[in-house]
Design a protein around this ligand. Structure first.
Ligand SMILES: Cc1ncc(COP(=O)(O)O)c(C=O)c1O
Length: 453
């Protein structure tokens, strides 16, 4: 019934899962105007003090520019649905207002204070010209050193890029030709197909294994096929993996590097989700593993700090790929937003405590989703994974056909991503964006359960 709200969605008081109410954290936004009383419109609660105790950040808690910031509360609990619906970005404008949007990788969070401050200061001084300099590279180098103990980012082997997918396409153009093959690990982020095919290149799939991890035998088969076609084959790796949230281990990545060297394949690692990894799991940058020196990494602060509207990213060449950097045309860096670079630099430099609070909130949401699905949609399989804020749901036993997202949207008024768009292995699956409040997550599962009845 298109356009019909499920009876459970409106009017009745929500059964609110999660932590008991507590006060808003210091430094959070002032209270908003009166809001609708619908269940999912209720104000999310602030983080409990347990979050602060959990924080393990090694990032500097005091910004270089001024006063100490209060420890941030869970950013996923600071905005109401009514406040979010005033946003005009894709997440909030692609569907009518009766739809709960848990699709595109935007987060329901306020801007991290250090980013807001850096952008505000830049606007105040009219610093809105062309971008220049190595601030982004240095900020990322420092972040990688503090978070992952990796000291491998040399500013002269980097270039700023307008965003990650543009960066990926420009790196592909620098190291391969339009006749070449690009290997991907299906199911994977949809633009790895569309955008790459648009350049003329052939996409070949090396599916993930049944455990949703890299399958080195399938990868070697794909490398063998790509190498037999000749030219300059590339492996576009997603680390951590979208949509499954798999965080590849150092051993898996070293195996990739070894196979790539053996078959003459260049690896380009999309590491946009790198900061969004549960503290209990170790993230390994691809370029940090032995034998990966001919590879590239393309990354951005945009996923972890919700900065897609402040477009910027960074492409990092491995030590053996240094000569490629000059083949990326200068207008790629020139097309990058200077305000974006300022925002991303502030996030990477001073946004550690905010990120830690986010990661704690995401861990709570993964646990909550597991519980809610077990209670209300037990036929949907979810394997919580430590990376990204995306949940890959196997709905094949729910009897909703190849594209359950269409059913959830039409009957449940919940927007999640269609599994088949992620390539082989996507049929019968959906991707759900967990970066929302526990209340919205609970309402979404309630609607999805209603939709399959
Ligand atoms: C793996 C991956 N790469 C790239 C992007 C897009 O990044 P950008 O907007 O910087 O091109 C996304 C967005 O969700 C993503 O998940």
């Amino acid at each position: 019934m298109p356009g019909t709200r499920p009876a459970c969605a409106a009017g009745s008081p929500a059964r609110l899962p999660g932590r008991p109410p507590s006060d808003r954290p210091q430094g959070s936004r002032p209270s908003a105007p009166a809001e609708p009383r619908a269940a999912a419109e209720s104000r999310p609660r602030a983080a409990s003090p347990a979050y602060a105790a959990d924080m393990t950040s090694t990032d500097p808690p005091v910004p270089a520019s001024g006063d100490p910031l209060p420890a941030p509360g869970n950013p996923l609990r600071q905005l109401t649905l009514a406040e979010l619906r005033r946003r005009t970005s894709e997440k909030w404008r692609a569907h009518p207002p009766d739809v709960l949007p848990l699709f595109v990788a935007e987060m329901d969070v306020p801007l991290a204070e250090p980013v807001r401050r850096a952008v505000g200061e830049a606007l105040a001084r009219g610093d809105t010209g062309y971008t220049r300099g190595s601030a982004y590279a240095e900020a990322y180098a420092g972040f990688a050193r503090r978070r992952w103990g990796w000291d491998g980012v040399a500013a002269e082997r980097t270039t700023v890029v307008p965003d990650v997918m543009t960066g990926v396409l420009e790196v592909l153009a620098a190291i391969s030709g339009p006749e070449d093959t690009v290997v991907v690990n299906s199911p994977v982020y949809t633009p790895f197909y569309d955008y790459v095919r648009h350049t003329g290149r052939t996409v070949d799939e090396a599916p993930l294994g049944g455990d949703l991890r890299l399958d080195t035998a399938a990868l070697e088969d794909a490398y063998r096929r790509a190498s037999a076609r000749g030219g300059n084959p590339v492996h576009l790796l997603c680390n951590p993996h979208n949509p499954t949230g798999t965080v590849h281990t150092a051993g898996e990545l070293a195996a990739v590097a070894e196979l790539a060297a053996r078959w003459g394949v260049r690896v380009v690692a999309d590491e946009i989700h790198a900061p969004v990894v549960d503290p209990g799991t170790r993230f390994t940058p691809y370029l940090s593993v032995p034998g990966a020196g001919a590879g590239w990494s393309v990354l951005s602060a945009s996923k972890a700090w919700n900065l897609a509207g402040l477009r910027a990213g960074l492409a990092v060449a491995g030590p053996d790929a240094a000569e490629d950097v000059a083949r990326v045309p200068v207008w790629v860096a020139a097309a990058t937003s200077h305000i974006g670079v300022i925002a991303h630099t502030a996030a990477l430099t001073e946004g550690g405590p905010w990120l830690d609070a986010l990661l704690a909130g995401l861990a709570d949401n993964r646990r909550l989703l597991t519980t809610l699905l077990a209670e209300q949609l037990p036929e949907v399989r979810y394997r919580p994974a430590p990376g990204t804020y995306l949940a890959w749901l196997d709905c094949r036993e729910a009897g909703l056909g190849d594209d359950p997202a269409a059913v959830f949207l039409e009957r449940g008024r919940v927007a999640v991503n269609s599994g088949p768009a992620f390539g082989s292995g996507g049929a019968g699956h959906v991707r759900l964006n967990l970066a929302t409040s526990p209340e919205v997550l609970a309402e979404a599962v309630r609607r999805m359960a209603h939709a399959r009845r």
